[in-house]
Design a protein around this ligand. Sequence first.
Ligand code: SF4
Length: 433
Amino acid sequence: MNKDLVPSFSVVSLGCARTLVDTEKMVQSLQGKGFALVPEGHEQICVLNTCSFIQSAVDETESNIVSLSDRKRRGEIRYLVVTGCYPSRFKKPELKARYPEVDIWLTTHEEDRLQAELAQLVFRRRFLPSRPVRYTKLTPSHYSYIKISEGCDNWCSFCTIPKIRGKHTSKSIDEIVKEAELQVSFGAKELILIAEDTTAWGEDLYGTPSLPKLLDVLETVKGVEWIRLMYIFPSRVDDDLISSINRNSKIIPYLDMPVQHANTRLLELMHRRHTGDRLRDLMKKLAAEIPNLVVRTSLILGFPSETDAEVQELLQFIEEYPFAHLGCFSYSEERETKSARIEPKIPEDEIQRRISRVMGRQYDLVIQRNKTRVGERLQMIYDGNRVGRSYREAPEVDGRLLLVDPKSLQPGDMVEVQVIGVDGLDLTVALCS
Ligand code: SF4
C-alpha cells in the first residue's frame, strides 16, 4: 500500500464489556499510528475482537469470521484480523488452516502487537510514526468501564476463562487512576469497575486482595459521581469491603455478585469456595450493613447432576434474598473444564424449562417490588432516547427508567425524577420540578 495513504479500519467487538474495553484500546493504538476508524462497509481492514468462553460465543465468533472471510473474498475488505478470546482458546495452526482469509491472529496477551503487525502487513515495515489521536469511545462518554485486572485464578469448574485469559494480574493504582482521569476528561460521570473477579484486585501486588485500598483512592478522583462494582466474587466479600463502600460516598451501594447457585452440593462441584449457608449469611449481612443496597446476580441452571429439588432450593433462595436484577445462564459443557466430566448431564430442553421457572419467578418478584416504588424520588443519569438509570441500574444489563418528557436533557445529565408507573421490568419516571 502507498505509504501516504491513510488505511481505514472497522472493528467488531463481540462479548461483554471486558472485551469492549480491550477493543477501545486497540482502536486508540491504531489511530495513534495513523489508521482511520470508519463504519463497517467502508473499511480496508476489519478487526474482529472475539469472545469464546462458552460454545454459543464460539459459534457467534465463527459465524462472524465466515461472513468477514466472504467479504474479503469478494474484495470488500483487504485485510482481516481476529483477536481476543477465540485465538487464545484454540490452537493457532489449526485456526490458520481453517480460516485462511484471516491475515493476523492475536491472543488476548498479544493485542498490544496489533499496530506493529498491521504496519508490517500493510506497509512492510514494523514501525510507523505516532500521530496525535482524537480519543474514540465505543461506549457513551458519560459512563466508562475501567478494567482493573486481567485473568483469573479462581478456576471455577465450569469456566474456561482462567485458561483463555491466564493468571490474575492487577493493574497498578496509578494506571487505574490515570485511566479514570482520562475518562472523566471525556465526560464520564460514572465509572464501572470490571475484571474477571474485581474482589481479587491487588492480591498479586500486595499479597492479599485489596479492593478497598483502590476504592479509597478512586473516591478522590475529581468529576466522578458514581463508582459501580461489578463481578464481585461472593467468598471474597469481607468487612473491609463493606466499610469501604459505606465510607466512600461515590461508591454506590450496588453490587454485581454472580452467585451461580444456592445449593451447597452444586456450589462445591462448581468450586465456588462458599456454601449455600455462607451465601445466605452474606446476603443477610450485606442487607443489614449497607444502606439501600441493590444486588444483581447471575445463575447457572442445568449444571450436571442438578436435581429438581435443588432448583426448588434456588427458587426459595431468590424469594428469601431478593435480587434487584438477575440473569440466568444455561450450563454449557466446555470440554477442557472439570465439570465436563460430571454426570448425569441435564438435557437442553429441561435446562430451558428450569430457566423459565426461575426467570418467571424473578419477573413476578420484580413487578411486585416495582409497584411499591411508585412515588419514589430518585437521582437519575440520563442515557438519551428517553431512557435513564438510577444507581440501582447498570447500563445495558438491568431494567431502565423511562422518562415521559426529557425536555432538553442531554446524555450524562443528572437530575431528580419521580417514579410514576411500572412498565414490565422498567419504571416510568417524570422529572421533578
Ligand atoms: S470467577 Fe468468574 S472468571 Fe474466574 S473462574 Fe470463576 S466464573 Fe470464571
